[in-house]
Design a protein around this ligand. Structure first.
Ligand code: ADP
Length: 411
């Protein structure tokens, strides 16, 4: 008995969570009352309206602590023992169906305060009828419940405050990460802006200080124009990503016909880039989904624009609309026959500012932010984006959008 009691003390002071404290201490209760054929240790909560008890936590030996809820009547007044200013209820031959069906035929119980709102009972139950708990056992129950209540309240308080500390730490880490991203973004953007700006300054200086023939003037003007275009793309993408970083992507969700969006985008690109064969293939009977059409157009246009940028004139670009096998998502893919991307770079292209070292890429204007923006938008819309590619063969960029809302209509 002494050894088990010491075990109990050791167990409850070590517990870090209130739930663990209960599990561990109930386990020791079993040991301490082994002689009496204990089959359950329970916590009953007193319910005031209607006046009865609700069996709450239960440990019955082999299985882990369970939380159950069944009601039993209040304990009768007449079977009380008053011990050391406390009360122990004692039932030797229970005839309550609510308890008998759980094989509870005898029990001793005492009031225990586990939280400030509810009073509860700590119940040690046995399947044996006519059990005669000794005075020593009843005193032990009272002693244990005092320790249990004290440690439970202490552990609960510590647990709650450690939970709060964890939450604050997470919030702090998140803010730090935001700050780091912002500083990175500013550093990167300043670096990226310098290159086209240097070109503009250098070439315009040539126009001002040198006597150039008409042919050279045109060439220099073209260089300035390209650098200014790059500057403009960088600034637009930068403003976009900066706004999203500080405010998140503000979504304007509405019922949206993705097939129509694809058709509109392809028609506009085909008109501008007649030298490419830009087509679409849209499955029949696709659902209308709730999403943000403006942001979807932005992703789509970015992918088609990349397909054009990184393909040779005359090659084909096809945009497809499909539904995933589990019928849970729409899948939009943009496939080109362009320069492709090697395996090592494929994992980096969605990173901010990543641009391939491939000279074919370097000679085209870009900020390295387009795919990062696409990814952020798709993720904000609960979708996924991925790329498959083979160097010198072509690439396929696909993104999915969930069909969560019941479709407003089938086309
Ligand atoms: P960029 O402004 O450089 O186009 P993106 O973020 O849109 O920036 O793309 C990042 C990089 O991914 C590009 O620089 C290029 O190396 C690669 N990339 C994107 N789309 C394609 C494509 N369709 N074919 C080949 N490479 C591509």
């Amino acid at each position: 008995m002494e050894q088990s009691y010491t075990n109990f003390l050791e167990t409850i002071v070590c517990a870090e969570e209130p739930e663990t404290l209960l599990i561990d201490s109930f386990f020791v209760f079993f040991e301490l009352f082994k002689k009496k054929n204990i089959n359950r240790v329970q916590i009953w909560e007193s319910v005031s309206e209607p006046k009865e008890n609700s069996v709450y936590y239960e440990y019955c030996g082999d299985e882990p602590l369970s939380m159950l809820k069944f009601r039993v009547p209040v304990l009768p007044e007449n079977i009380k023992n008053y011990l050391e200013n406390d009360t122990v209820w004692e039932f030797e031959n229970i005839t309550l169906e609510a308890l008998n069906r759980f094989n509870i035929n005898s029990l001793i119980a005492c009031e225990v305060c586990l939280n400030k709102k509810n009073n509860a009972f700590l119940v040690v139950a046995s399947k044996n009828k006519n059990l005669n708990f000794t005075l020593e056992e009843k005193k032990l129950l009272l002693k244990l419940k005092k320790l249990l209540a004290k440690e439970y309240l202490k552990t609960e308080k510590q647990y709650k405050s450690s939970d709060e500390i964890k939450r604050l730490q997470e919030q702090n880490n998140h803010l730090r990460e935001q700050d780091r991203l912002r500083v990175n973004l500013i550093n990167n953007i300043s670096h990226e802006l310098r290159t086209p700006l240097a070109s503009i300054l250098g070439f315009s200086n040539m126009l001002v200080t040198k006597q150039l023939d008409a042919f050279s003037v045109k060439d220099v003007a073209e260089q300035i124009h390209q650098a200014a275009k790059r500057l403009s793309t960088l600034i637009t993408d930068f403003l976009h990503i900066n706004k999203a970083d500080s405010e998140g992507w503000s979504l304007n969700l509405e019922m949206c016909d993705i097939g129509e969006l694809i058709k509109q985008s392809i028609e506009e690109f085909s008109r501008l880039y007649k030298e490419y064969k830009i087509t679409y293939h849209i499955l029949e009977n696709y659902p209308i989904i709730k999403t943000d059409p403006r942001l979807i157009r932005q992703v789509l246009d970015n992918l088609v624009s990349n397909a054009i940028k990184y393909s040779l004139v005359g090659s084909s670009i096809i945009v497809t609309l499909d539904i995933t096998q589990d019928n849970k998502e729409l899948k939009i893919s943009v496939t080109d026959q362009g320069i492709g991307i090697n395996k090592e770079e494929l994992s980096k292209i969605f990173d901010r500012f990543y641009r391939s070292n491939n000279p074919e890429v370097q000679k085209v204007t870009g900020s390295g932010l387009g795919l990062a923006i696409c990814k952020e938008i798709v993720v904000a819309l609960n979708g996924k984006i991925e790329a498959e590619s083979e160097l010198n063969k072509g690439s396929k960029f696909s993104f999915t959008l969930p069909i969560t809302e019941p479709s407003a209509g089938i086309l």
